[in-house]
Write a new protein. Sequence first.
Length: 77
Amino acid sequence: MVNPSENLINLCRAAVEAERKATSEPYTQEGWAAWMKAAETFQAAVTAEAGQEPKQSRLELEQAAKKAVLHPETGGE
């Protein structure tokens, strides 16, 4: 079972919130910059965390973090 860290979940939450804000307004490069940066930070953190001992599947770790953020009613399960 893959368990993302609280830090990873918080970074995912920040990326999701930045996406919601960016897509709620007409597109501008400046308007989407925060979302792109937050997504990049989250992806880098997923890669780093997946490489730590014990090693975890990067894909499963990313999916678990997103599920915890996007579907909290299921407890991330």
